[in-house]
Design a protein around this ligand. Structure first.
Ligand SMILES: Cc1cc2nc3c(=O)[nH]c(=O)nc-3n(C[C@H](O)[C@H](O)[C@H](O)COP(=O)(O)OP(=O)(O)OC[C@H]3O[C@@H](n4cnc5c(N)ncnc54)[C@H](O)[C@@H]3O)c2cc1C
Length: 921
């Protein structure tokens, strides 16, 4: 919880600036060579590994947040209010006026016991499958601990705080991972793309737009990528005034390290105690000193961003480039939806020699406003110049601490001078706070000129202390909201950017709209106040603060949001913007398209489609929709849906598998049988019944009278005289048919693979592997495990049906098609897969064996010997030596088709006959 007064803190915002004890240097090797190209001209050769003052891990974070405390950190009493803790200047002190202010303005009852949140003990189960967790653990530190996940489930909106206090987030992340380098982020993003889980980049968690809140309907596992361990300064170039910094560094750490070396970045959003460099880039942040240093977009020279499509980074570190649209501006303000910012090259500046605060009092808001306008027109703005309305001025007075008699007296005199002598109405006067930086002469000169302009509008200087208090209290004021909830008050700020000519009307109208909305709901105790915080040539930024007592309200957070929404409608109607620096997130989506136009929205969607087509960064901010249940189901294909591949299209580029094969399966099977029969048929033709004629009537198991002297003579004459050496072609044709068998089998595997659109080559193996995996995994979300039978032979598919509507136009209808035959097909093809694999193996062996037989004569003798019993080796080898391969082959086939006794007789006689024939070589 962001209530920021935990007593455990050991550093004060006010003294971190000069504390460089927490720095140590390490050699740069751990960040890989990829950084080298950015190192040119860098004159700091070591990585500055920064130790943050913000605790990084759960237990410490709990203390920091003040969770589990027994008592409230804030006490309202009759004699005043007090805070515990020492992080801010008002910690541990009594604020004598705050109780009365809270009673008068917000109807707080100091006697009522505050509602203190309990430390949660139960958390939603992590949905991250074990195997993905193990894979992630090989990359970086991972936690699925409930508290780690809860702490990173939220930003700092009122709703976030309310849900945190009641542990009622509809969805919290399933795991947190802490990468330490760009390379590790690349691995994590690639892992997320492979396994289709969601990544949420998380910096300081100070988002006030709902940007880091988990999309409630997301069914895929959500992993928060916490950048807090990526907080090193990779190099510092004092000549070029540049620094390369990892994106997870927290604002106050960055500034402390820079100041320790005599530099400053100068970017100080009010959240800079907690917010990170990556968060600033992702939200297009604006700091209070933007007049001198610029907003984040003015400070950046180069960013490195890991997207699912790869890394985006400009190839050169130049001050400006004219190279088409600047893609860095797609990343700036992308609110985590395109990828992770890992490293940033920032401009730095030498520390200003003089920093001086100041304040001016004006009779009313209009006078203060015209002063601000005049200063902007003359471009005389100091580093910061802010105008507070009367409500804020009085709130500031209520936050004053106990004072010395001297202080009280001085305050009294000042008050007397302003109200009695100058005649300012205490219920109207406004204050401008100033922060001036530069050389002593510059600061002096600027102050003189500002005082002169102020005088034109009735303003008078009110001293440096008031100005300084205004700035230091800025840090604490935001978090008062979190303790106010304990006293039945809900509050929040919202801001806008507005042209100068619309500002006064906008401020008045928005305040009036809030009053009307409160009246409509019977809310009588509330505060609506505003201040002007940033100025430009063309306009300014206005911050509104609104809070109300919840005693009369049944659903306080919802009521607050309704009123804020009405106020935003009014802001836009008055010419203001959706936001100046808080971003869009999930809270301000409603106004996004009107702000950027429909083509603008399409451009954003196109960028998303290009950089993150599978919606890995599914934060659903800006124009990106939260998944509807149907869409989510589709994204978890095969398990959390009725049937794989059936569902609404996720996007235009949704991958579609078109199943057209099923109508052709029977023809393909027929074609296969024809192809298998072809070699057999060819052999039949070529063989021409020769073997049958030679062995006619000689196959009977009983030796008959058919085996006569005459018949034996005939055969011996055929084999050894008339047809010897004429059977080579016969044998070669047989071998050719065997080769054809092999080619046929392999060819069929390829053809079937083409026929099934690439599904066949691994089909049998995938089916076999799948049967070893449980069909419905225990965690129900092992979405990688879709049955390959269902995947390639769906029984139910999505169909587009075309018909004519009642008035004759063509209609394309979304229908379901049932393919019942696939129940058989899926099995046929499994059997075929195994059968063809076996056949291919056997055919290969057959061909190899044929080659061996052709080349090794002793093998041929052995084969004949294998057909006979009790025949001497030399009898057989005499024949084999005199026979060619073809003769041997036909003799061998005869052996297979004859009675063995007759065959033995034939061999013995043949051998005798050939005894005097020349030996073949
Ligand atoms: C008290 C208070 C005062 C504030 N004052 C200011 C102010 O003066 N000026 C101002 O501009 N804002 C202000 N804000 C708003 C907020 O601090 C900014 O939006 C800030 O830039 C968010 O930074 P973060 O590190 O906390 O980001 P988070 O809150 O952690 O994240 C914000 C968004 O940025 C994304 N993100 C974070 N880190 C990365 C990364 N490395 N890569 C990609 N995406 C990332 C997240 O996914 C999310 O969408 C204030 C907020 C609070 C609570």
């Amino acid at each position: 919880m962001s209530a920021a007064f935990a007593s455990s803190s050991d550093s004060k915002m006010n003294n971190v600036e000069n504390d460089n004890r927490t720095v140590d240097s390490v050699k740069k090797k751990s960040f890989g060579d990829k950084n080298k190209k950015n190192d040119t001209n860098a004159n700091s050769s070591t990585v500055i590994k920064v130790k943050s003052v913000i605790p990084r891990r759960r237990q410490d974070l709990l203390k920091w947040y003040g969770w589990g405390y027994k008592d409230s950190m804030f006490k309202l009493g009759e004699k005043g209010a007090s805070f515990t803790g020492d992080r801010y200047s008002i910690g541990g002190k009594v604020l004598p006026h705050l109780s009365q202010w809270a009673i008068d303005n917000l109807g707080v009852d100091p006697a009522k016991a505050p509602t203190i949140p309990k430390l949660p003990t139960t958390f939603a189960d992590s949905r991250l499958p074990e195997k993905i967790r193990l894979e992630l653990e090989k990359i970086a530190l991972v936690s699925v601990d409930g508290m780690d996940r809860l702490i990173r489930a939220h930003g700092q909106t009122l709703k976030d705080m309310s849900q945190l206090r009641t542990n009622s987030f509809p969805r919290i992340p399933d795991a947190v991972i802490w990468p330490e380098s760009h390379e590790q982020v690349e691995e994590i993003v690639s892992c997320a793309s492979r396994h289709n889980f969601v990544l949420i980049p998380f910096g300081g968690g100070t988002s006030v737009s709902g940007a880091v809140t988990c999309p409630a309907k997301e069914m895929r596992p959500i992993v928060v990528l916490d950048t807090s361990d990526m907080n090193s300064i990779l190099w510092l170039d004092k000549d070029q005034l540049l620094a390369r910094v990892q994106a997870g560094i927290i604002g106050q750490d960055l500034e402390r390290e820079m100041r320790a070396r005599g530099f400053t970045v100068g970017h100080e959003p009010d959240s800079y105690e907690f917010s990170t460099l990556g968060g600033w880039v992702a939200t297009r942040a604006s700091g209070m000193k933007k007049n001198t240093y610029g907003n984040i977009e003015d400070l950046i020279v180069q960013t490195k961003v890991v997207t699912p499509r790869g890394v985006i980074e400009k190839s050169c570190r130049v001050p400006r480039i004219s190279c088409g649209p600047d893609f860095e501006h797609i990343v700036m303000g992308s609110e985590g939806c395109f990828g992770v910012v890992t490293e940033v090259t920032l401009k730095i500046r030498p520390l200003p020699p003089v920093v001086r605060y100041g304040s001016l009092v004006f009779p009313d808001w209009e006078a203060g406003f015209h002063f601000e306008r005049d200063v902007a027109r003359q471009r005389l703005q100091p580093s910061s110049i802010r105008l507070m309305d009367n409500e804020q001025f009085r709130f500031g007075q209520a936050l004053k601490t106990e004072n010395t008699w001297g202080g009280v007296l001085l305050d009294g005199l000042k008050r007397l001078y302003i109200t009695k002598i100058k005649g300012f109405d205490p219920s109207k006067l406004c204050v401008v706070t100033l922060l001036m930086e530069g050389s002593a002469d510059e600061v002096k000169e600027r102050e003189k000129r500002l005082n002169a302009i102020a005088a034109k509008y009735g303003g008078i200087p009110a001293g440096a202390t008031n100005g300084e208090n205004g700035y230091t209290l800025t840090f604490v004021i935001a978090y008062l909201r979190d303790v106010a909830i304990e006293y039945d008050v809900v509050a929040e700020s919202f801001e806008t950017s507005v042209p100068w000519d619309r500002t006064l009307a906008l401020c008045a109208n928005v305040k009036q709209r809030v009053r009307d909305e409160c009246a409509r709901r019977g809310i009588s105790k509330y505060l609506i106040s505003h201040r002007l915080t940033q100025t430009y040539d063309a306009g300014c930024c206005i911050y509104f603060y609104f809070g109300h007592n919840t005693a009369q309200v049944s659903d306080p957070v919802n009521t607050y949001e309704e009123i804020e929404e009405a106020a935003r409608d009014e802001i836009i109607a008055c010419g203001g913007s959706i936001s100046h620096h808080h971003g869009v997130g999930k809270l301000r989506k409603k106004w996004y398209t009107d702000t950027v136009s429909e083509p603008g929205r399409q451009l954003l969607l196109a960028a998303k489609k290009t950089l993150d087509p599978d919606n890995i960064f599914a934060l659903a901010n800006m124009a990106f929709e939260e998944p509807s249940n149907e869409l989510t189901v589709k994204s978890v294909e095969g398990l959390n849906m009725a049937y794989p591949g059936v569902g609404p299209n996720k996007a235009d580029n949704d991958e579609q598998i078109k199943h057209t094969y099923y109508q052709w399966v029977c023809f393909v099977l027929l074609g296969q049988s024809v192809m298998f029969y072809t070699p057999r048929y060819m052999w039949k033709i070529w063989e021409g019944g020769r073997l049958k004629a030679l062995a006619a009537d000689l196959s009977s198991p009983v030796v008959t009278k058919d085996w006569s002297e005459f018949r034996r003579g005939e055969l011996i004459s055929y084999l050894s005289y008339t047809n010897i050496h004429t059977h080579n072609m016969y044998a070669l044709r047989y071998a050719f048919c065997e080769i054809l068998n092999l080619v046929n089998v392999v060819g069929q595997i390829f053809l079937l693979d083409i026929f099934l659109g690439g599904a066949f080559r691994n089909y049998g193996a995938a089916v076999a592997a799948f049967t070893h995996t449980p069909r419905v995994p225990a965690d129900m979300i092992d979405f990688a495990a879709v049955n390959p039978m269902d995947q390639f032979f769906p029984k139910l598919t999505k169909c587009w049906l075309r018909n004519y509507g009642p008035s004759g136009s063509l209609q394309v209808k979304d229908r379901l098609c049932v393919l019942p035959l696939n129940i058989v097909n899926e099995k046929i093809f499994v059997i075929l897969w195994f059968w063809l694999i076996i056949l291919a193996f056997v055919s290969t062996l057959a061909v190899l064996f044929r080659v061996l037989v052709l080349s090794l004569r002793p093998l041929r003798s052995l084969m004949i010997a294998g057909q006979l019993r009790y025949v001497k080796k030399n009898v057989i080898s005499r024949i084999v030596k005199r026979f060619g391969f073809g003769d041997w082959f036909i003799l061998y086939l005869l052996g297979k088709n004859m009675n063995p006794i007759i065959y033995k007789d034939l061999i013995v006689e043949l051998s005798k006959e050939l005894e005097h024939k020349t030996v073949m070589v």
